[in-house]
Design a protein around this ligand. Structure first.
Ligand SMILES: [Zn+2]
Length: 125
């Protein structure tokens, strides 16, 4: 099935207030994590509509641009990812900022676990 998104280039798809609030929360989590672990992060936002990964990824990290893009839902089915999954994806993309050239190596997964523990420690009770 092809994606049907009406858009002008360089504009983002229309989002609801709830989507923007969820993104605001994910952005806060990502920036807090980046700050805590001394990683430089410039932007966390919805995928630009013309991004090559928009139709297939829940998240992407452009490591050298220090930018993270997240899809709140699967653009093909329209079904939302769970909040837990989105938080995990946000942390996953933050982890890419640490080992920029590595991809998914063992030390990447170890650091992602550190980020997860940090997040759950923050949000316990
Ligand atoms: Zn990854």
């Amino acid at each position: 099935m092809l994606l049907h998104i009406r858009h002008d280039l360089n504009t983002r798809p229309t989002t609801s207030q709830a989507d923007r609030e969820l993104m605001r929360y994910l952005r806060k989590v990502a920036f807090k994590a980046a700050k805590k672990f001394n990683l430089k992060l410039k932007e966390v936002d919805f995928f630009p509509v013309d991004h090559p990964d928009t139709a297939r990824a829940e998240g992407v990290c452009e490591v050298f641009a220090q930018r993270i893009y997240l899809n709140l839902y699967n653009p093909l089915t329209g079904s939302y990812h769970s909040v837990e999954s989105l938080i995990d994806t946000a942390l996953h993309e933050v982890a890419h900022l640490k080992y920029k050239r590595d991809g998914h190596t063992p030390r990447f997964w170890i650091f992602l676990d550190v980020l997860r523990e940090w997040y759950f420690e923050q949000n316990r009770r």
